[in-house]
Design a protein around this ligand. Structure first.
Ligand code: DX5
Ligand code: ZN
Length: 214
């Protein structure tokens, strides 16, 4: 069963309760929260105070995607409200230790790779992961075009996860729409992040239904 994780980057945070309710009613599986620090990526979004407020308004699991430099410095803070806590392989932390810390703090752990990283580079970390996130755009902005190079990465990761017999979700993020979602699912993804395709669309109900049917 495909899981949907809408990215709320472009939402109106002062009128957000209605949007959360809509997504809950549509049966999405979690909310994807993009934290950007202006250093690891050339954009700044929001931090833990916003995540804390969102947590108070929904029972949906929070899928927190940290796009910040040296994420180990902030794992304890984000673990207070995150259900799944993901950070970038390339961000300058001890990746194995950070994954272990996330699990020790009671969250599901996720390592994320940018388009420049090959899947083989994270194979040894897989036993420490509950989810792996493959970026299909350069992280930093919503509304970009899906990079087909993500497909081969998803397939390789899926094969390795199966070979190791691990129970790991495989998430894809960036440029997901009806067409790219289908390709990503065929390649092995089972969690779809979708921002501009869902948030603000008049067809959000049909689109969520379609993505879940893949
Ligand atoms: C980009 C973020 C994404 C983004 C996705 O760095 O990680 O989650 O919001 O937006 P779309 O689906 O519009 O590409
Ligand atoms: Zn994201």
């Amino acid at each position: 069963m495909i899981k949907i994780s809408p990215s709320v980057l472009s939402a109106d945070f002062l009128n957000f309760t209605d949007e959360i309710k809509t997504m809950e009613d549509l049966g999405v599986d979690m909310l994807h929260l993009d934290v950007m620090d202006g250093i690891f990526v050339p954009n700044i979004s929001f931090g833990n105070p916003i995540i804390k407020s969102i947590k108070a308004h929904t029972k949906l699991p929070l899928d927190v995607h940290l796009m910040i430099d040296k994420p180990h410095r902030y794992i304890k803070d984000f673990a207070k409200y995150a259900d799944i806590l993901g950070f970038h392989f390339e961000a300058g932390s001890d990746n194995a230790e950070t994954l272990k810390e996330i699990r020790n703090l009671g969250c599901r752990s996720c390592i994320t790779i940018k388009p420049c990283t090959e899947p083989e580079e994270i194979f040894d970390l897989l036993p420490l992961c509950d989810m792996v996130l493959v970026m299909s755009v350069e992280p930093g902005f919503g509304g970009q075009k899906f990079m087909d190079s993500a497909l081969n990465k998803l397939s390789k990761l899926k094969s390795e996860i199966d070979r190791l017999g691990l129970n790991i979700d495989l998430e894809v993020d960036g440029g997901i729409n009806g067409e790219t979602a289908e390709k990503a699912v065929k390649a092995g993804a089972n969690v779809l992040v979708a921002g501009s395709y869902l948030i603000g669309s008049q067809e959000i109900a049909e689109r969520v239904k379609y993505l879940k049917s893949l």
